[in-house]
Write a protein that binds this ligand. Structure first.
Ligand code: SME
Length: 157
């Protein structure tokens, strides 16, 4: 398994969303680009913060749970703490929410626009300990670049 070239992905993402202000279209292309660039991933998508819960947004993979309370599972923990959760073994994570039974490891990165949490990016793998510190750094930079590219006047999905 090789790591994606995250710098290349950042430039591909910038090109994909350049000039397009529709947030749903841009988020959809963001998840499709990253899903197809990563080996050994069975689910990748965005949960959007709506009030005090996360709601399923654009994704690639099997149908998933639609609503996650802040503080629940890996996604809700990432959102509530505003900190990336890189989980080597999802079965060892208290309160992990099973959506795809194939998932063994997971990384969830908070998404913020202008300092405000707007959602999370969730990536699942069928392989234990799939996500390295280098993956975390690359994915966090990609998420930051994506969020910074959204104009202040464009709502997040
Ligand atoms: N496992 C996540 C739920 C979302 S699915 O993996 C798509 C969690 O514990 O928050």
């Amino acid at each position: 398994m090789s790591n994606p070239d995250y710098a290349l992905l950042r430039s591909q993402l910038a090109a994909l969303i350049a000039g397009e202000t529709d947030a749903l279209a841009n988020a959809s292309n963001f998840v499709a680009l990253l899903f197809n660039a990563m080996d050994d991933v069975n689910w990748l998508g965005i949960y959007v913060l709506r009030g005090d819960e996360l709601v399923l947004g654009p994704f690639q993979g099997k149908p998933a749970c639609v609503r996650i309370a802040l503080g629940s599972g890996v996604c809700g923990t990432a959102a509530a703490s505003n900190a990336t959760q890189r989980v080597a073994d999802v079965h060892a994570f208290p309160g992990h929410i099973v959506c795809d039974a194939d998932s063994r490891s997971e990384i969830v990165v908070p998404l913020s626009v202008s300092g405000t949490l707007v959602g999370v990016l969730d990536i699942d793998s069928p392989t234990p300990d799939r996500f390295s510190a280098a993956d975390q750094e690359g994915i966090e930079l990609l998420c930051r670049a994506y969020c910074e590219s959204l104009s202040a006047s464009t709502s997040f999905i």
